[in-house]
Design a protein around this ligand. Structure first.
Ligand code: CAA
Length: 295
C-alpha cells in the first residue's frame, strides 16, 4: 500500500489526506473544483502548523507531508495508480453511487475502494462496482488529525483479506480501528445521533435550556462537549440526514428527527457552517454564545 486517492477535499477529505500524508503515504487529493483543492491544501498546512506548535510533529514532518500530496480535478487520472481510494464526497447516495462506478472503472484491479460515509449502506455502494469484495467503510471522525477512531464497516461481500488490510492500515496511520457490520448508522451514529436527537427533544419540550443541557452532559458525564454544541459542529443538516437513514432503515419512530431539528434545518440554521445553530458562531468557535432563538 503506497498510493492513496482521496475523493472530496472538504473537512473530512482534507483531514484524511493530511493523516495519510503525515504517515508516509503518497496522496492524490481529488475534487472537481481547483479552488476547493487550494482551500484544502491551506487547511492541511494550517492544521500541520497547529501540530508543530503543540510539539506533536517537527517542521520537516510538515514539509514532507505537504510534499506527498498531489491534487487532481479528474477522477480517472487521480485514481489510476492507487492502491486504496477513500471516498469522502458529500453525503448523498446518488452522488456516491456515481463516484463508485467511476472509480471502479478507473482504479487498478486490486485497488481497495473505501468510503468515509457516516451512514449510507456499504453494501449498496458496493453494488455500483464489479468488486464488492474490495469495498469497505472507513469512517473517520472529525477533526480527523486528532480523533483516534476509525470505524471499519464490512459490507455484505467485503472479503476477510480486505478487512484485515484496512485494519492493519488504520493502525499504521496511528488510528484505533473498531469493526462494525453494515446496518443503518453502523455503531457510531446508531448511538450518537439518538443521543443528540434526545438532547434536542429535551430543549424542544422545555426541560432545559441550551447551556443547561450541554453543561449536564459535559460536567455530569465527562463528555468533551455537550450534544448541542457537537450537533452544531457536525452540522444540523448532517444530523438530520443520518436520523432519516436510521428512521428509514429501521422503520422505528424512536429515530424520527425532532421537529425542532427539522425546523432549524429548513431555516438554514445549520450550526458552525451557517454561523448559527443552538449557538451563534459568527465570532468563531472559541466562545460559546447561545443563539438568540434560545436565549
Ligand atoms: N468538528 C470540527 N472541529 C472540531 C470538533 C469537531 N467535532 N471538535 C473540536 N474541533 C475544533 C475546535 O473548534 C478547535 O478549533 P479552533 O482552534 O480553530 O477553534 C480545535 O478543534 C481544538 O478544539 P479544542 O479547543 O476543544 O481542543 P482540545 O485539544 O482540548 O480538544 C478535541 C480537541 C479532542 C477534538 C475535543 O474538542 C473534542 O473531543 N471534540 C469533540 C470531537 C467529536 O466528538 N468528534 C466526533 C464528531 S462525530 C463525527 O465526526 C462522525 C459523524 O459521522 C457525525
Amino acid at each position: 500500500m503506497q498510493k492513496v486517492g482521496v475523493i472530496g477535499s472538504g473537512t473530512m477529505g482534507n483531514g484524511i489526506a493530511h493523516v495519510f500524508a503525515q504517515n508516509g503515504y503518497q496522496v492524490n487529493l481529488i475534487d472537481i473544483k481547483t479552488e476547493a483543492l487550494e482551500r484544502a491544501l491551506a487547511t492541511i498546512s494550517k492544521n500541520l502548523d497547529r501540530q508543530v506548535a503543540k510539539g506533536k510533529i517537527d517542521e520537516q514532518t510538515k514539509t514532507d507531508a505537504l510534499a506527498r500530496i498531489t491534487t487532481f480535478t479528474n477522477v480517472v487520472d487521480g485514481v489510476s495508480e492507487c492502491d486504496l481510494v477513500v471516498e469522502a464526497a458529500t453525503e448523498r447516495l446518488d452522488l456516491k453511487m456515481k463516484i463508485f462506478k467511476e472509480i471502479d472503472a478507473a482504479a487498478p484491479e486490486n485497488c481497495i475502494l473505501a468510503t468515509n460515509t457516516s451512514s449510507i449502506s456499504i453494501t449498496e455502494l458496493a453494488s455500483a462496482t464489479n468488486r464488492p469484495d474490495k469495498v469497505i467503510g472507513m469512517h473517520f471522525m472529525n477533526p480527523v488529525p486528532v480523533m483516534k477512531l476509525v470505524e471499519i464497516i464490512n459490507g455484505y461481500s467485503t472479503s476477510a483479506e480486505v478487512t484485515q488490510t484496512i485494519e492493519d492500515l488504520s493502525k499504521k496511520i496511528g488510528k484505533v480501528p473498531a469493526m462494525a457490520n453494515d446496518y443503518p448508522g453502523f455503531i457510531a451514529n446508531r448511538i450518537l445521533m439518538p443521543m443528540i436527537n434526545e438532547a434536542i427533544y429535551t430543549l424542544f419540550e422545555g426541560v432545559g435550556g441550551v447551556k443547561e443541557i450541554d453543561t449536564v452532559m459535559k460536567l455530569g458525564m465527562a463528555h468533551p462537549m455537550g450534544p448541542l454544541q457537537l450537533a452544531d459542529f457536525i452540522g444540523l443538516d448532517v444530523c438530520k440526514a443520518i436520523l432519516d437513514v436510521l428512521y428509514d432503515g429501521f422503520g422505528n419512530p424512536k429515530y424520527a428527527p425532532c421537529p425542532l431539528l427539522v425546523n432549524m434545518v429548513n431555516a438554514n440554521k445549520l450550526g458552525v457552517k451557517s454561523g448559527e445553530g443552538f449557538y451563534s458562531w459568527t465570532h468563531g468557535t472559541k466562545d460559546l454564545v447561545v443563539s438568540k432563538s434560545f436565549s
